[in-house]
Ligand binder design. Sequence first.
Ligand SMILES: Nc1ncnc2c1ncn2[C@@H]1O[C@H](COP(=O)(O)OP(=O)(O)OP(=O)(O)O)[C@@H](O)[C@H]1O
Ligand SMILES: [Mg+2]
Length: 371
Amino acid sequence: MEYNIFAQHLKDYLRRPGFWFILLILILLTLLHYSEVFEYPPSFVSWISGLGLDRHAFERILYLAPIVWAGFMFGWQGALVVSVVALGCMLPRGIFISEHPADAILETSIVFLIGNVLAISFASLRKEREYRKQLEISQQEQQKIAEELKVMQQNLRYYLQQATKAQEEERKRISHELHDDTIQALVVLSRQLDSLASKKEGMSEENRVRLEDLWHQTDNILKGVRRLSQDLRPAALDRLGLMPALEWLASNVSEHSGIATEVNVTGEERRLPEEVAIALFRITQEALRNVWRHSGATRAQIDVEFVDAVTRITVSDNGKGFNIPRKLGDMAKDGKLGLTGMQERAQLVSGTLTVRSTAGEGTVVTVEIPG
Ligand SMILES: Nc1ncnc2c1ncn2[C@@H]1O[C@H](COP(=O)(O)OP(=O)(O)OP(=O)(O)O)[C@@H](O)[C@H]1O
Ligand SMILES: [Mg+2]
């Protein structure tokens, strides 16, 4: 297995031109180092002797080049291999041919050491540069993903906005249709049954009782359809605005749940854009529905504040309270969509929703919308 990895590495090295280049330099340097015929120009010889070097010491320094180059190309392992080869090339001359073997061996060892230190430093420098580059690439990728996520979020928000708008339009249409057609037809039917039932002559008692029963049933259906139509879209919201719609909501909850619900207003009421008024109404409606279903409260309060550039509605109750999760959205996966929906609705009109609850003391839901 290890042999296979070694062979694979060797094959890779052999394929790289840099490997052959280093080999060529090593051969040329060694030929130069052992050559007795080659002579340097006298000016060059005097220049290196000015540096305190003789010809062979200078050549030993030249061996640093392939060692450092190998470090660049193949890391510190490559530099080590090349420096060992260079050592093997330089030592015979230092030991057997040189007039000062001790100096030659010392110079060779220094070249070996410096070569490796330089190669290791360059290799780690290169690694650091690569790491930085990698970091930069991954940062760019992260930024790209963040931007894509932002666009997706914007698209989703736009889609939700459109879906909510369409849902409200549909509710309005059905509510108006129920009001204008179904309820009117039931009113006419109820009146006809009433007038028939009140005609005494020519009708048996049994038929009259039956007619009266039919009239009662029609009346009940009429009330049910009226309730449904109001639930879908309270007429007050479109005809009179937010405050009368909230008053109607409070009295409706008081009447049907027995929870005393009142509305308080602070500041001067202003006309809000339709989508803001609808959002505030629906959030209050769901908050009151929660009070009714979960709180066990005896009192609830709707505080409406028109302050500065903000409209704030606070729905509070004196019920049993509950544990609020860290993120309201976490409740959605358990099929509890009310609070999440309220938060979404608030955000769709650039508002915020906060919920505070204390065990035994009740719950406070606040929605704040600019404008
Ligand atoms: N005013 C409140 N008093 C006590 N508990 C509350 C109150 N409002 C909410 N809760 C608790 O928070 C939970 C989540 O409310 P949420 O409106 O999100 O869902 P839900 O009412 O259970 O279901 P739905 O999706 O039909 O609204 C409720 O199940 C209830 O336990
Ligand atoms: Mg709910």
